[in-house]
Design a protein around this ligand. Structure first.
Ligand code: DGL
Length: 270
């Protein structure tokens, strides 16, 4: 007898404040090609990195309700470090839906370092969060950590101007401390930053290993789907639909550039 219920073929909801979450979606689609996804960019409220904890909790509740009520999702991926670090415990306490979060990859960085120093760049809100402080406490007792909060960096990715002079200046400013240290691991603690990998690597040099969380999230999502017998049973490739609470034309243009495929998003009010 088959265990497959109607829920298996429901989509997985993925959200971020903007296009950054696409760096996680790329990994999810690579590892789970038969799944259907609904991607929501909450661009009306980008940047999340300058919101208070309470504001982030309210936004996460609204998005979870939207995914459940409008798309009947079987699982939700918070493809945003800022939202995860500030609201995932509250979301998990309120809903029974399985929720996967994104936290900065501090643990693998601490395990890999040979120099004994790791650096993390993240939004100001993630940088100050209790979740990040606890990750550092739990995994970096013998490791020096440079915790760098970066204002406005996500904006470069939102506009699609990945190689602009402004972005280069911002990166030089935020990465100076990393360059002047003996850090050999740099954690990209915001899902927007993997799209700036090339420029970041050029600045810090090839001796610094960049770590983001996208692949680990995809692997964790897969094991949750398997353990909960929630995998999609379809043999064909899954479909992804895209929504934004901001400007759909702008989102579609930048997302198509980042995904290297043409997509068309719809505007949604939530
Ligand atoms: N992409 C987000 C993160 O991973 C947040 C960017 C922002 O809106 O500030 O933290």
């Amino acid at each position: 007898m088959s265990n497959i219920s109607k829920k298996n073929n429901q989509p997985i909801g993925v959200f971020d404040s903007g296009v950054g979450g696409l760096s996680v979606l790329i990994e999810l689609k690579r590892l789970l090609p038969n799944e259907n996804f609904v991607f929501l960019a909450d661009q009306k409220y980008v940047p999340y990195g300058e919101k208070t904890k309470n504001e982030l909790i309210q936004l996460a509740y609204k998005i979870t309700d939207y995914f459940i009520n409008q798309h009947d999702v079987k699982m939700m991926i918070v493809a945003c470090n800022t939202s995860t670090c500030n609201s995932i415990s509250e979301v998990r306490a309120k809903y029974t839906l399985p929720v996967v979060g994104t936290v900065p990859a501090i643990k693998p960085a601490a395990e890999k370092t040979k120099s004994g120093t790791v650096a993390i760049i993240a939004t100001p809100s993630t940088s100050k969060s209790e979740v990040l402080k606890n990750l550092i406490k739990d995994f970096c007792s013998n490791v020096k950590v440079l915790n760098i909060g970066c204002k406005n960096l996500e904006d470069a990715v939102e506009t699609g101007k990945l190689d602009s002079a402004e972005v280069h200046q911002l990166l030089l400013k935020y990465l100076e401390e990393v360059k002047n240290s003996n850090a050999d691991q740099l954690v990209l603690g915001c899902t927007h930053y993997p799209f700036l990998k090339k420029s970041i690597q050029n600045i810090v040099g090839s001796g610094v290993n960049l770590i983001d969380s996208g692949n680990a999230i995809a692997r964790h999502t897969k094991s949750l789907l398997v353990n909960n017998i929630l995998e999609n049973s379809q043999k064909k490739n899954g479909k992804t639909i895209y929504f934004t609470t901001g400007d759909p034309v702008k989102f579609s243009k930048v997302a198509s550039l980042l995904l290297k495929e043409q997509i068309k998003a719809k505007k949604v009010k939530i």
